[in-house]
Design a protein around this ligand. Structure first.
Ligand code: HEM
Length: 470
């Protein structure tokens, strides 16, 4: 409080009574409004939202990570049954334990073990695309789910897997309801949490009953599958079986924590991987000249008789540049995941209150014209040096910051790369031709929520003349 007496809060828009700055913000794409504030007030913008402090800054998240690795209170999180989730968990011992289990399974070195599986799943994706290209959205989704189900539980998902469908429904609901703006209403007016589910305007409570039921099911069923296989002696290496092997058999807290991590992993991995690949396909349709370059490169390095493998990666740097540009061009988590300050702090002469919510505006960072000229253009060349090798910009911001940085990023990077390179080797993605013989023009539309992906768009996927053995 003493610091607060002499130091100003960072600059920002003037709040209205009670509702704060919510009026300036489009709830479906809040990052756009925050980006405008950034242009007006500078790199750090302080705003008020229903009594919640929102700050925009990344330096704090990286350099003072010890103080900025908490998460905001999200009463809607527990309400919807997601209190177990590593991503939204408050900084502390429970989070640290979960993070360690994740780290053991998905650190850079451990992630190499999943490569044969990722390669197999990418081949399956390509076979599915060859059979029914018009169902490309569901094939990409199936790929993204199946890699993480294998890595977490050694569970081979089936076509239209009911478990995956259940998790998908549950996460879709959560993504819609876990917006910080909705949570802010409940924080400002906690009395709302006590209203019954039938009360007008309390649809979130009705959805929460369903959500908790779904979460219980998808948390337990695949975990029981691993326990059963362990008892039978048929369990293969995966995050759950390996972690179970490391704990005492009577350690029920350890067992619950492993279960929570595996359940988190699906939610964290499937939607993100899927969305990145959807953005990639959209970009290939809209920027055919980039795709043509990738085709030429793959043909010259890999030839037409096989698919790219991880061993080819260093010779296919342009594909990596496409991957980075996909993460930059349209970040799937435009406001990343919010952090919170553990304690009050002073930054560049500004006072930052304890518990301030830090919302890193990844959208603004990725569309920064100084760093990325003509940002709406999809240009992988931004990530290449004059000699054609990759530069140092790894677009790390897409995976978050400091101690909360995405713990699955090495695994994610490999899943996305092997899928992208295989799809480019085998297919041409283009605008669909209409009845008049002309390409159907369209303006990309995006889903709203904390994570965003392209809404369905007309697309034609044609196999290239290749004899790859898949
Ligand atoms: C392209 C795909 C992915 C993207 C873009 C992505 C992005 C992110 C971002 C932005 C965060 C928040 C970081 C922060 O708070 O600063 C995060 C957290 C997390 N991600 Fe990912 N992620 C991806 C894939 C994965 C995968 C495959 C896994 C699991 C294998 C995973 C597991 C996690 C977990 C557990 C957290 C929470 C970390 C914590 O709060 O300590 N993610 N991810």
């Amino acid at each position: 409080m003493e610091k607060r007496k002499v130091l100003p809060l960072p600059p920002g828009p003037r709040p209205m009574p009670i509702i704060g700055n919510i009026r300036g913000i489009d709830i479906n794409a809040p990052w756009l409004g925050y980006t405008e504030w950034g242009k007006q007030y500078g790199d750090i913008v302080y705003s008020h939202l229903f009594g919640q402090h929102i700050k925009v800054a990344i330096e704090l998240l990286e350099k003072r990570s010890y103080n900025y690795s908490d998460r905001p209170d999200l009463p809607t999180n527990v309400l919807l049954g997601f209190g177990f989730n590593t991503i939204l968990m408050k900084y502390g011992a429970r989070w640290r334990y979960q993070r360690r289990i994740f780290h053991q399974a998905f650190r850079a070195e451990a992630s190499l073990n999943y490569r044969p599986m990722q390669q197999r799943k990418a081949q399956q994706l390509i076979r599915n695309m060859l059979d029914t290209p018009e169902k490309f959205v569901s094939h990409v989704r199936a790929f993204s789910s199946s890699v993480i189900m294998s890595a977490s539980y050694d569970y081979d998902t089936k076509h239209d897997d009911p478990l995956v469908a259940l998790i998908g429904m549950s996460l879709e609901l959560a993504v819609q309801e876990l917006k910080p703006e909705i949570a802010a209403v409940f924080i400002a007016f906690p009395i709302l949490l006590r209203l019954p589910a039938w009360f007008p305007g309390m649809s979130i409570k009705r959805k929460a009953i369903q959500s908790r039921e779904w979460v219980r099911e998808w948390m337990n069923d695949p975990f029981q599958y691993v326990l059963k296989r362990t008892a039978e002696g048929t369990a293969q290496s995966c995050m759950v079986s390996n972690a179970l092997r490391r704990i005492d058999r009577k350690d029920t807290y350890g067992e619950i924590t492993i279960k929570e991590c595996a359940a988190t992993a699906f939610g964290a991995a499937s939607e993100t991987t899927d969305s990145v690949l959807q953005v990639f396909i959209l970009a290939m349709v809209l920027f055919p000249e980039i795709q043509a370059k990738a085709h030429t490169l793959i043909d010259s390095v890999v030839g037409a008789s096989r698919l790219p493998t991880f061993e080819d990666r260093s010779s296919l740097q342009y594909i990596d540049a496409i991957l980075r540009e996909t993460l930059r061009w349209h970040p799937i988590l435009p406001l990343s995941v919010t952090h919170a300050s553990v304690d009050s702090d002073v930054y560049e002469g500004y006072y930052i209150p304890k518990g301030a919510i830090i919302m890193p505006n990844v959208w603004a960072m990725s569309q920064n014209e100084q760093k990325y000229p003509n940002p709406s253009q999809f240009s992988p060349e931004r990530f290449l040096n004059a000699d054609g090798n990759l530069n140092d910009d790894t677009v790390n911001m897409a995976f978050g910051f400091g101690r909360r940085i995405c713990v699955g990023r090495h695994f994610a990077d490999a899943s996305v790369w092997i899928a992208m390179s295989g799809l480019l080797a085998m297919f041409t993605f283009s605008k669909r031709i209409g009845a008049d013989g002309e390409a159907i023009e369209f303006e990309p539309q995006w889903s709203s929520g904390i994570a965003t992906h392209p809404l369905p768009f007309p697309c034609s996927i044609t196999p290239r003349v290749r004899k790859a053995d898949i």
